[in-house]
Design a protein around this ligand. Structure first.
Ligand code: HEM
Length: 206
């Protein structure tokens, strides 16, 4: 690789790791504040596996409720709301032929909120839709793309899920949380999907 390519990779890595898992965790705390019954269920699972002790890898791999919660948050508030590809040669997709240089966007946010893909309860927070795995959660097995797909898929998806699970477990072990009265729910999807007015959350040590 040239020095310029190495520099571009470094910039990409910096952008890709800073505002992704942190945003997933932020939305997860918002959603679990809105659904305290799921916060309780997740905490019960964490305490039954680890108590208040340090997490260990085997136990993290056995987390079911926590995993389905993170998937459902990734569906409702996917940090990457869409991604773009550019045709490098003339190509045909379906009945349409695209010339070189056309930008094509895969609208992940819209797909994640499409009732034809997820059913009439598409806007509800229902982690149980992932109880039998990602491929059975929707009508189309390949429709869930929070980490993209193909050669440019997120190189870090396993790591991101692992750090997301571990951070959420540690928060649940130490705190109960609820939304502050100043919180206003709004989604900013201009770059990465974040809460427009921030996430004001009250934590109580347990
Ligand atoms: C919940 C957390 C994360 C989500 C939802 C996520 C999502 C994505 C998506 C959708 C892409 C593909 C973008 C495209 O196709 O244009 C991507 C690429 C990438 N991600 Fe992640 N990501 C996450 C965490 C991370 C972390 C923690 C790192 C680094 C430690 C990382 C590193 C990368 C890199 C380097 C790429 C570019 C891969 C390539 O172009 O070959 N991601 N990510």
């Amino acid at each position: 690789m040239t020095i310029k390519e190495v520099m571009e990779e470094c910039k990409l890595l910096y952008l890709a790791w800073t505002e992704t898992t942190s945003i997933l965790l932020t939305w997860t705390m918002i959603v679990l504040s809105m659904h305290p019954e799921w916060q309780d269920r997740a905490r019960e699972e964490v305490i039954s596996l680890f108590g208040k002790n340090k997490l260990e890898y085997e136990g993290v791999n056995r987390l079911k409720t926590v995993t389905t919660i993170l998937y459902e948050v990734l569906r409702l508030y996917s940090p990457a709301g869409g991604f773009i590809r550019k045709t490098y040669k003339e190509m045909k997709i379906g009945d349409i032929t695209y010339p070189v240089g056309v930008l094509i966007e895969l609208p992940v946010f819209q797909m994640n909120h499409d009732p034809h893909i997820w059913g009439s309860d598409v806007h509800e927070f229902k982690p149980e839709r992932f109880a039998n795995g990602i491929s059975k959660a929707s009508k189309y097995p390949g429709a869930f793309l929070p980490f993209s797909w193909g050669p440019r898929i997120c190189i870090s998806q396993q790591f991101a899920m692992l750090e997301g699970k571990m951070a959420l477990c540690m928060i649940l072990q130490c705190f109960e949380f609820e939304l502050a009265s100043s919180y206003t729910h709004a989604v900013d999807n201009s770059r990465v999907m974040r809460p427009t007015h921030g996430a004001q959350i009250n934590l109580t040590a347990i």
